[in-house]
Every structure is written in C-alpha cells, then in structure tokens.
Design a protein. Structure first.
Length: 339
C-alpha cells in the first residue's frame, strides 16, 4: 500500500517545481488616442517679423503588466513628414492659387530644433517622450509642438481663403522603444512602429498690409529764410509706402486743417496769428494731391499696387506768397494709405 502514496507525493512535488520556474508573459507598453490639436497661426503680416504659435499632442499609454508585474519604461517617438513628399526645410503652406507661405515645426520653445521624421525629409529627429509605467497602469501624456512662420516673406500675397498644409495619416507615425525598469531607452532605434497616427492641419491667414515711412521735412523756399515779396516758393520731399504683394492702395494727403484738396495753412510760433497758405501737388505744378481717396477710389490722391518692397513717392508743395510776419512757419500733413 505504500507505493501509491509515494507516487502521489512525487506528482505534487513536480507540479510545484513547474510553477516556480514558469516565465511571466512579457510586459509591453501600448499607446492609443493619439491626437494633435490644429496648428493655427491666425493672421500673419508678411511685412513684419515672424509669427509664432503652438499645438498640443495628446496620447494615452498603458503597461499591460505580467504575471508578477513589471515596471516598464519607453521612449515614444512621434514622426512628422510632409504632405505629398514636399520640402521640410522650410515647410510650406499654400493657398488656392498655389502661392507659398513657409513655416517650420519645432520640438523646443526656442524654436531651434525642427520636429522631423525618422525616415523622411531633411530633419531626421522626431519628438521623443520618455515615460515610465507601473504594471497595469494607464496614463495620459502630452507634448507641445512649437511652430513659426518665418520672416522676410514680403512678396507673399493675401489670400481670401488663407494658407494651409494638411497632414494626413500617412504623414505622421509613432514608434515605441521600451525596456523593463524605471529608465527609458532614450532613443527611437530598436522600437516598433505602433500604427498610431496623429493627422492635423496647419493654417494661416494673410491680409493686405501697408506701412508708411516719412522722409525729411518738406521745406518751402530756402532753408535759411524766404525774402518778403517772393511768390510761388516751392519745395518737395519723399516718403515710402510698402504694401503686401498685389495689394491695391490709394494715398491721400491731409493737412492739419483737414482740407480735402491739399490746401493747408502753416502756423507761426508764439503769439503769431499769421497763417501761410500752401498747396500740396502730385507734380511740380498742376495736379493737386488731396485727401478724397478711399480704398475703392483714388479720388484726388495717388494709386499704386504693392509688391512687398518699399515704393518711393514725391510730394510737392507751393506757397503762393511770403508777405507775412517774419517767423518760422510749419504744418503737419498726414499720409493716409487706403487699401
């Protein structure tokens, strides 16, 4: 009767030995719910300096754990290519007419490290996010994308529907490189492509813009003084107007008395009540330069079309007489650019 009992005990010992050496199932980190918010620049003025904005990449990762539970760390890598295999240095938005507005995507707030792709384009460094998860843990994470419309694009024309660059599923990718413990690998190499994508839209609007730069003061007659009794003392000066490419504009000139015909009055100093009349002209003589111009009509002003560069214009003035109290007379003329 002793033999069956012995066999039973041996069987139990073998079963216990098997449980002790069983290898736990390999724990892995998986990610999901990967989304990128829109990269919206809003209004961009190509005549000024660069325009910055940012967006948020959000995702969720989970450590599936193991029989005994293992902490895992991972470097999650997010790659961004360029729609249609376009250039990445810099990237390009376009409008309906095919005009280009350049920009760049960055991994850092200083905007010195472009956000690239492991396998596409000039920049081969994707965004890397290091995470650590306890067994069975799930956590939401985020990363910031920084973007900039580059400066110096003075020839970019306004676009009614704006500029955009649409990143689809095939333009983005996610890979995960993981290892057990509390330290992430720190590199993308050796990871697996998760199949996660994060499509997003980059957009900007470009409105018509104009800037004005006044030249030296306009002096009538001699700077050292005008002799009494002289007539038709003339002078001229220049100023420049810079408008965005293809922007039509009409320029009006308004003396301080708000004359619509460019007929101003210069005032003396102190208690001198004399007023010296003058006339603003588009040429040395003849055509007046007044202030009836609007964005839709040139009126008695001067019309032009911007190309992104400064355009110089000359204004002439004439004082018909000089029989006034000796003094220094002056007036301020406002340059109105209507577009």
């Amino acid at each position: 009767m002793s033999t069956p009992i012995l066999r039973c005990c041996v069987a139990l010992l073998l079963l216990g030995f098997g449980l002790f050496w069983m290898r736990p199932a390999q724990a892995t980190i998986t990610c999901s719910n990967t989304t990128m918010s829109p990269v919206a620049f809003g209004p961009v003025n190509p005549l000024s300096s660069q325009t910055d904005t940012q967006a948020t990449l959000s995702f969720t990762c989970k450590n599936s754990g193991g029989v005994f539970g293992t902490t895992y760390s991972a470097t999650v890598c997010f790659s961004i290519g360029e729609p249609g295999g376009g250039p990445t240095d810099p990237r390009q938005m376009s409008d309906a007419a095919g005009d280009i507005l350049t920009f760049q995507l960055y991994r850092d707030s200083a905007r010195t490290q472009p956000w690239g792709s492991e396998g596409f384009g000039t920049f081969r460094t994707p965004m890397q996010v290091n995470i650590t998860l306890a067994p069975g843990a799930s956590q939401n994470f985020s990363a910031t994308l920084y973007a900039r419309v580059t400066n110096g694009q003075t020839t970019v024309p306004p676009a009614a529907a704006g500029y955009s660059d649409n990143y689809m599923n095939g333009d983005t990718a996610t890979s995960i490189n993981q290892q057990s413990g509390n330290t992430a690998p720190g590199t993308c190499g050796g990871g697996y492509v998760s199949g996660l994508t994060f499509p997003f839209l980059v957009s900007a609007s470009v409105a018509s813009q104009c800037t004005v730069s006044a030249g030296i003061p306009l002096t009538l007659g001699s700077a050292g003084g005008v002799a009494a009794g002289t007539t038709n003392n003339t002078g001229s000066t220049t100023f420049s107007v810079t408008c965005t490419n293809s922007t039509s504009y009409n320029i009006g000139l308004s003396p301080s008395n708000n004359s619509l015909t460019g007929a101003g009055l210069m005032s003396g100093t102190g208690g001198n009540t004399n007023k010296v009349p003058y006339q603003l002209n588009q040429k040395v003589t003849g055509t007046v330069w007044g202030n009836t111009a609007t964005s839709a009509s040139v009126g008695n002003g001067v019309a032009g079309t911007g190309n992104g560069s400064a355009k110089s214009l000359t204004v002439y003035a004439t004082a018909p007489g000089s029989d006034f109290k000796p003094d220094t007379y002056s007036d301020i003329v406002t340059i109105n650019v209507n577009y």
